[in-house]
Write a protein that binds this ligand. Structure first.
Ligand code: SF4
Ligand code: SF4
Length: 394
């Protein structure tokens, strides 16, 4: 099942599990990687050719050698986007000066108060917003917001989209997921109709725009409604076939949505071709084929939307025709499950059971033995705080 060697892949490089934020929907900040163990330039040199690379964390800008990583990745990737919480403004601006073509996505979880309460970063909204503004002033084109929609921030969805529009920026959405990557199993949407209604409003805004990219974003958000109601993915998931994730330890994985860490091979000790064509990699691909977690994250949906373009394209055409006659071309009740819930045919408990939320789960955080070891004497927050202090020369 190994892919042809000359085919460009879609890769995500998790450069660190260290994070300075304290998000309510992610416990990664409690489970940092040890800096000495984090993916090296030597390992990055072994990655295959990619048409797209996402650099993420933890918080990637905690790594002081991020520019070296990006420089190396540009030798093998057509496009790079970095996901960040936007806190290290100077580092972000500095990197953008050297790589003006790089994409930057700053997670902002709502308007000021909502964002700061979800993210747990003092002044987090202002920092993120000011960083984005500076990047725009520098003439950077590929910059934008990313928002993880949940009960607490759903009412801010359209207002935040409008702000990003005024700034001429991209607006990417997600919703709550559970996995080893987020060190979380208890994320769940409680008021599904309320959250879906806010998505519906956003979808109608996007459909009314003149940008084909936004029409397809509308389809992605339609898929998010389907996801929060725990339904089967609208499109197949082909992670690990022409996409991969690599973690700070060099472990190559299909995605970041699995309950436990799934490993196809290790790039520190193996060559790319060896691990990509290994029986272990094929075993992971078989698991992906029967995976029932039904995630709807841009990392797994964007490649699927390109591959199975007919389905989203038909949806877009249909709704653009509707938009000619109505200001509200989309209704969340187009989804049968949303109607069934409204009509009392399915209960909240039944829907909760369809989600990946598991209140009793013991979460596997995917850390190495050594990284786990350091947590015996200090908490993840203490370790990373001390780390950042020493970086800042305090
Ligand atoms: S969601 Fe991102 S910024 Fe928030 S704690 Fe997790 S890794 Fe850090
Ligand atoms: S649905 Fe896809 S992205 Fe989600 S856990 Fe399964 S394989 Fe990974």
């Amino acid at each position: 099942m190994g892919e042809k060697l000359d085919k460009k892949l879609n890769g995500t490089v998790i450069v660190t599990y260290r994070c300075n934020a304290r998000c309510s929907m992610c416990n990664r900040y409690k489970a940092p990687s040890k800096p000495e163990e984090e993916i090296s330039i030597e390992t990055i040199k072994k990655l295959p050719k990619m048409y797209f690379t996402n650099i993420t964390g933890g918080e990637p800008f905690i790594r002081t050698d991020l520019k070296d990583i990006v420089r190396e990745l540009y030798k093998k990737s057509d496009r790079i986007v970095i996901s960040t919480n936007g806190f290290f403004t100077d580092r972000i601006i500095d990197l953008a000066k050297e790589f003006p073509q790089v994409g930057i996505r700053i997670s902002i979880e709502g308007l000021e108060d909502t964002n700061n309460s979800i993210r747990g970063l003092e002044d987090g909204y202002q920092r993120g917003y000011q960083t984005l503004k500076k990047l725009r002033e520098m003439g950077m084109k590929d910059v934008g917001f990313g928002m993880t929609v949940q009960d607490k921030n759903a009412p801010d969805l359209v207002p935040l989209y409008q702000i990003s529009n005024e700034m001429g920026m991209e607006f990417a959405t997600a919703s709550l997921h559970n996995s080893f990557y987020f060190v979380e199993a208890k994320n769940i949407i409680n008021d599904r109709p309320m959250v879906a209604k806010n998505f519906e409003d956003l979808i109608n805004e996007l459909l009314r725009s003149n940008s084909p990219k936004k029409w397809f974003r509308a389809y992605f958000n339609h898929g998010l409604i389907n996801y929060i109601y725990g339904q089967k993915r609208l499109l197949p998931c082909d992670m690990s076939f022409d996409t991969f994730f690599i973690d700070p330890y060099g472990d190559v994985m299909p995605c970041n949505g699995t309950k436990d860490k799934e490993v196809m091979g290790n790039l520190n000790s193996q060559s790319w071709d060896e691990l990509w064509n290994s029986p272990e990699a094929d075993a992971v691909r078989s698991k992906v084929r029967c995976c029932d977690r039904d995630c709807w994250m841009i990392g797994s949906v964007s490649p699927a939307m390109h591959k199975y373009i007919l389905k989203p394209a038909t949806w877009v055409v249909l709704h653009k025709i509707k938009a000619l006659f109505s200001k509200h071309p989309y209704s969340m009740y187009e989804n049968k499950i949303v109607r069934d819930y409204r009509d009392g045919k399915v209960s909240k408990e039944e829907l909760d059971k369809c989600s990946t939320c598991d209140m009793c789960a013991v979460v596997n955080n995917g850390l190495s033995q050594e990284s786990m070891e350091q947590l015996k004497t200090r908490s993840g927050e203490e370790i990373v705080d001390a780390d950042i202090k020493s970086q800042m020369g305090e």
